[in-house]
Structures are given as C-alpha cells and as structure tokens.
Design a binder for this molecule. Structure first.
Ligand code: MG
Length: 460
C-alpha cells in the first residue's frame, strides 16, 4: 500500500528525505498522462530554495509526455490560478509548501477553470503516479518550453478593474506590507502603490530561507509588522504566507485581526450587494461569522478545513463569498481561488468609503474567547474514539442547538461551541472551543477535554 501523496492542500514534504527530484519528475509524467499528453501547462513557484529545481523536474516530466510547458517564475499562488484560467491553460502547477518551514517543498495543481484540483482529481493523479504507466512521447512529439514574465502585471490589472479605484484613490491609506520574503514581495506593494497608497515594506526581498520571520503569519510571527505599523503611524498592516494565498491584517493600533472576523466584516458588505446570500466557511471559524451573516439576511455553510473544501462548497451552493480563519478569502465574482489581494482591496475600499479606521470597523465584529487543547491518542484508536464522541460529546456540552460532523465533530450550544478533530499528522485529538465569555469557554474546554479523555480510555 502506497502512502497518500496528497494532504489537505496538495503535496507538502521535506525536501531530500520525503520528497525527491525523482518524485517531481514522476509527478510531471503523471500529470502529463492524466491530461492526455496534449495541451499547455503553466508552472510557477514560490521563493523556496528548491523551487526552480523542482519546477524544472516537473516540467521535464510533463514535456516527456508531449505537454507544452510555460514557466511563469516566482509568482503568488493566486496569480498562478488566475493566469491558468485567464490564458486557457489545461492546468496550472504551483511548486510551493505554502507556510511550512523552508526545508519543505510541495506541489499544488490548479484546474483550467481556476479552482484547485478536487480530492477526487488528486486521487486519480496519484493513481497514475503510483502505477508508473506514463505516456512516453517520441523524440519528435516532445513538448515545448517557453516563459512568460507578465503574469503579475495581468493579475494586478484584473484586480484594479474589480475594485473601486476612484474611491480608494480619493482617500488612500498608508500601509505596511510584510510579504515574509515570500511570493507576495512581487505583487502586494505594487498593487497598493497603484491604488495610490503610501507603502512601506518589510521582509520584502524574495528569499527562500525566510530570514525575516516564520512563513505562517500569526500574532507571534508578526511582531515586527505590528511595531512598524505603530512606528510609522500607518493605517493598516498586511502580511502573507510563503506562497501568498493567505493574508492577515493588522489594525492601525497594532491588533492582529483573526481571519474569521474579517470574513464576518466583508460578508456584511458583500451580502448587501450580492446576488446570492450564502457564505461558506470551515468548521473551525468563529460563530461570529454565522451571527453577522444571519443579521445581514444571509446563511452560513460550514465545510471541512482546507481552501479547496470551501471552493467546492461555494460552487455547489452558488455562494457569494467564503473563507478560512487562517486568512483565506474567496470571492466567487472573481474566481474560486483564494484572493488575498482582492480581500485587501475590499478592506481598503470599505475604509475609504466609510472614512473609518480598521480598528473602528473591526470593533463592530466582537472577538469571542477561543481556546485550544489536545489529547494524546494513537492513530489506530482515533476512529473508535470519534465514534464514541458522537454520543458523549453533546452530553458534555449540555443544551445543544446543532451538531456538525462534516470534519470531526462540532457541537454548538447557546453560548459557545466545541470542535473535536483527530489530527491528520500527529497522534493527538485536537479540541477547539469558543464562547461569548471567558468563563463559558473554560467550562466547555474542560468538559470537552474530559469527554475526549474518557473516550480514549474507553477504547483501551
Ligand atoms: Mg499558502
């Protein structure tokens, strides 16, 4: 039995031990075979030190099956998704390990319609990869290779067309951008500049060693950004992960804002003008999303974690907007790929239109206390533990208004909720709780933890 190649979002492994160049070559051959050995594929990468080499190996594999390849160089993942659709490529290949540490590499695939490969499509690709039955093109049918250099410019042009530039230019904010030495170095500062913003950047030279900070943007890794926003008296801080499919915002007061609060804030705006009233988010988002969407006359749909899960559900439900708390935002008017750049434009638009600062706008979306913990549990016991918890977890919470089993078990009460999920990578079960008060969140956390520990003990 072969190990699963794909995780929640593409392939992501440590280069040299879990991921080799031979694998990249075979992935290229498998993709070429999957696509029938005919047509054009665009390949891009983030700033990782292994990127150019892995991209070349994937490209060689593709060409050996007869596919033509086009190198787009270092660009953000959303830009790759954008040009895949915009220029009619059969598939887009992004060589990236997202926000993982620098020794990781990986590959993520994008469909001709600009959405990521679904788990089913990944499974078919994986089957071909392991079968090693690849198309072998003869010497006179080998694919061609070429390059494009204007993908970022095209993406910026499309973003400018999608937003109200005159409103922003009338009241442009000052922004500090922290691309974290990732692919957004090449896009965000220039997009904001063209919107008339005063832009200061930190960690903005592309560098796959990620010397500036950890690639995952969170409160802990964004200390320098927060300090710079305060020191320069800027209106906004904007940070990205390594491949720039995420964005995290910092208020002018230096608060790092959770992504689900931004989902709620943007939802209100989008629902007031949108054609559909549905918003999609993952099971681990704050209940403030439901509350805000509901009060704007909309409906929230929850999915398993992973941006492809959000995109698939948005397509199925014809939803107008979707996102993840970690900083993923998807606008169906634009595409079904994460659009951190459009999210930035929309936020700046809102600031310009209302004349309010981000701290004032976000104050309208309460931040509820959130707590996380984990309980050790051997991998082989996880299924039995989760089975038992479907019965015992709701009892531990008391008054239950709703339970969701799309990904782990989520139980919602009147004043809070808990999500219990087995980790996909470690022998632990993760518990996330949120409630309207500190006292309630602590109660939910303790009773949930007890229920999980009892369930683990009962399966021994
Ligand atoms: Mg990413």
């Amino acid at each position: 039995m072969n190990a699963r190649l794909f995780g929640t979002t593409g392939i992501r492994r440590i280069y040299g031990s879990d991921f080799t160049l031979d694998m990249a070559l075979d992935l290229g051959k498998a993709l070429g075979t999957y696509l029938g050995g005919e047509g054009n594929v665009v390949i891009a990468r983030d700033t990782r030190t292994t990127g150019a080499m892995v991209a070349d190996a994937v490209a060689a594999g593709l060409m050996s099956t007869g596919m033509n390849i086009v190198h787009a160089g270092i660009i953000p993942t959303p830009t790759l998704a954008f040009i895949t659709r915009d220029r009619g490529f059969a598939t887009g290949v992004m060589v990236t390990a997202s926000h993982n540490p620098p020794e990781y590499t990986g590959v993520k695939f994008w469909r001709a319609d600009g959405m990521g490969y679904t788990p089913e499509e990944e499974a078919r690709l994986e089957e071909i990869y392991y079968s090693k039955r690849f198309i072998v093109a003869p010497w006179d049918k080998i694919g061609t290779a070429s390059e494009i250099a204007d993908a970022v410019d095209q993406h910026i042009d499309a973003l400018l067309r999608a937003c109200d530039t005159s409103q922003i230019r009338a009241r442009p904010p000052s922004v500090v951008v922290d691309p974290g030495n990732g692919a957004a170095c090449l896009l965000t500062p220039y997009l904001l500049q063209r919107l008339g913003c005063k832009v200061v950047s930190i960690n903005s030279q592309p560098d796959g060693h990620f010397p500036g900070r950890r690639s995952e943007p969170d409160e802990e890794s964004l200390v320098d950004l927060v300090n710079m926003v305060r020191a320069t008296h800027s209106d906004l801080g904007v940070a990205h992960d390594g491949d720039s499919d995420r964005v995290v915002f910092v208020t002018e007061t230096g608060e790092v804002v959770r992504g689900d609060r931004i989902i709620a804030l943007l939802s209100r705006e989008i629902l007031s003008s949108g054609s559909s009233n549905k918003v999609v988010t993952t099971v681990d988002s704050s209940q403030i999303v439901e509350k805000t969407v509901e009060s704007a006359g909309g409906q929230t749909i929850r999915t398993p974690v992973g941006d492809i899960q959000v995109a698939m559900k948005m397509r199925e439900e014809n939803a107008v907007f979707g996102g993840e708390a970690c900083g993923v935002f998807i606008f169906s008017e634009f595409s079904l790929a994460p659009e951190p750049f459009l999210a930035t434009c929309r936020l700046i638009e809102m600031m310009a239109r209302t004349g309010k600062r981000l701290s004032e706008l976000i104050a309208q979306v309460p931040a509820y206390p959130l707590r996380k913990t984990k309980v050790n549990c051997e991998n082989e016991r996880k299924a039995a533990v989760m089975e038992r918890l479907t019965d015992t977890l709701p009892k531990a919470i008391g008054t239950v208004t709703k339970t969701l089993t799309v990904d782990g078990i989520a139980v919602f009460g009147r004043d809070g909720w808990v999500l219990v999920r087995p980790s996909g990578t470690e022998p632990v079960i993760r518990i996330t709780c949120e409630a309207t008060t500190e006292e309630t969140v602590e109660q939910i956390l303790q009773s949930s933890k007890r229920a999980v520990m009892e369930a683990v003990a009962s399966t021994r």
